[in-house]
Design a protein around this ligand. Structure first.
Ligand code: PLP
Length: 456
């Protein structure tokens, strides 16, 4: 019998807790991030068996390794089946290079993978304890819609999303405001930072303790575990021989996606190298090269907007996994083993002009349709293969992740390629749906009154 895995805090002060507690808490009481005390292994045979399985079953087998003892097989299987009812195309590009499209979920963003499973797990534990939660989140566009859609219609959970009235696209807004039920959307007369400040104030307001507020943001370990699964999936479906190694390229911002990949490797997935491609926010490639970490302040505004992160919160997890310790401010107390990290990860920063060139070239050379985030990943893979040609021959299996659907960036694609990408089924019909949302000034007292009146 393997034992139940506890989750420690990367700040090392708070006591380790079981998965369900880490999930509902989000952040550890010492402000650290939860990480599994040890990484469970998948046997070679278990990984090979994935080849014959559907995605929900692979998700079940991977998640079960972390969740055993805190959920029954039957309940976990039901959750993965319900969460993953959409396609995951592995598009062949050339040689043995592929793009994995993680954009077929309800909001056409890879964030659906994490949010949908996390929402269902939260619902499961809340029901068990007869508890309710109010998820309060601020969005600049994409996270809010992924969270709102993932939690839509779940029991024991209400969702309130704040967005800056003038800073999101019509499509982004409609992805949130056409839902209803347990989802409330609030337009704030202000900027994204104002929304975030209001949310933070509410979290630290003792008068609102009775609401059981939770944030569901990307630091929750409940979002990391589902992001391990698609790396196993890609390998299972594309490998030719039993032990062959794979190269992944991951367009990265807050590094939750990358953490999923690294954990997959530590669980036994035969990965030759991870390529971590950032936009012009290049704090990570610099850190990987030098071991010295400097945030990019303020973060740079690039066209791959969901990756405009100057201090990735998941970096503390990576440092911890490689034997070091970094606090939430980015200060390193114990250095990570950079030698091992450099062997396993290669990183590069891709400029906006290269991102655009890559979208043009991928379409021209391969009829590969990329949007800005996936283009950063593909450009990273190209750079790697130029630099390390021996590592990247014709027979080398490589998968680059596409994290959003090109139809979410119609202006950019139109400008570069001269056409408007076709909408995925999930975004069709959005134009005709009824919108409903509230408006508030950028004022904490107003916002507080709103919460108290609407959530009793
Ligand atoms: C959030 C996001 C990313 C970055 O993912 P991280 O896990 O934060 O590194 C990349 N692409 C898209 C489209 C995203 O929404």
């Amino acid at each position: 019998m393997e034992k139940q895995i506890l989750f420690y805090s990367t700040n090392l002060i708070a006591a380790p807790v079981p998965f369900n507690e880490a999930l509902l808490k989000g952040l550890a009481p010492d402000k650290g991030l939860f990480m599994p005390e040890y990484i469970p292994l998948l046997e070679k045979e278990e990984i090979l068996a994935f080849t014959a399985m559907e995605y929900p079953e692979i998700a079940f087998r991977v998640a079960w390794k972390f969740l055993r003892g805190v959920i029954s097989d039957k309940d976990l299987m039901a959750i993965t089946k319900d969460a993953y009812d959409y396609e995951i195309p592995l598009e062949h590009v050339h040689e043995r290079k592929y793009v994995m499209r993680l954009d077929q979920g309800p909001t056409a963003s890879f964030k659906d993978f994490a949010a949908r499973m996390m929402g269902r797990l939260m619902q499961y534990y809340l029901k068990q304890n007869n508890r309710k939660l109010l998820i309060l989140t601020a969005t600049s566009g994409d996270t809010g819609s992924a969270i709102a859609n993932a939690f839509y219609g779940l029991d024991n959970i209400d969702v309130a999303v704040l967005f800056p009235e003038t800073e999101v696209t019509d499509r982004q807004r409609k992805q949130m405001t056409t839902l209803g039920k347990n989802v409330r959307i609030i337009a704030i007369d202000g900027k994204f930072d104002d929304c975030q400040t209001l949310v933070k104030q509410a979290f630290s307001d003792a008068d609102l303790d009775y609401l059981d507020l939770s944030s569901a943001n990307s630091i929750n370990v409940g979002r990391i575990i589902p992001q391990i699964v698609y790396y196993f999936y890609a390998y299972a479906k594309l490998r030719k021989t039993a032990g062959e190694e794979i190269i992944f390229s991951v367009p990265s911002g807050n590094f939750g996606d990358m953490m999923g990949g690294i954990l997959a490797m530590k669980m036994g997935l035969p990965v030759k190298r991870f390529i971590i491609a950032t936009n012009e926010n290049d704090e990570f490639p610099k850190y990987l090269e030098t071991g010295k970490y400097d945030k990019v302040i303020p973060s740079k505004n690039c066209i791959s907007s969901a990756m405009n992160v100057g201090h990735p919160s998941n970096l503390a997890r990576l440092v911890s996994l490689y034997g070091g310790m970094m606090d939430e401010s980015g200060k390193i107390f114990t250095p990570a083993n950079m030698e091992v990290m450099q062997k396993e990860i290669w990183s590069t920063s891709i400029s906006d002009s290269k991102t655009r060139d890559t979208i043009r070239k991928a379409w021209k050379d391969h009829e590969l349709l990329l949007e800005p985030h996936g283009s950063v990943g593909w450009a990273g893979l190209k750079e790697y293969c130029e630099k390390f040609a021996d590592d990247c021959g014709k027979e080398q299996l490589c998968v680059s992740l596409e994290t959003a659907h090109p139809a979410k960036f119609p202006q950019e694609i139109e400008k570069l390629l001269g056409f408007d990408p076709e909408l995925p089924p999930s975004l069709e019909g959005l134009e005709d749906k009824m919108e409903s949302y509230d408006h508030l000034d950028n004022d904490y007292e107003d916002f507080k009154r709103y919460l108290v009146e609407n959530y009793k």
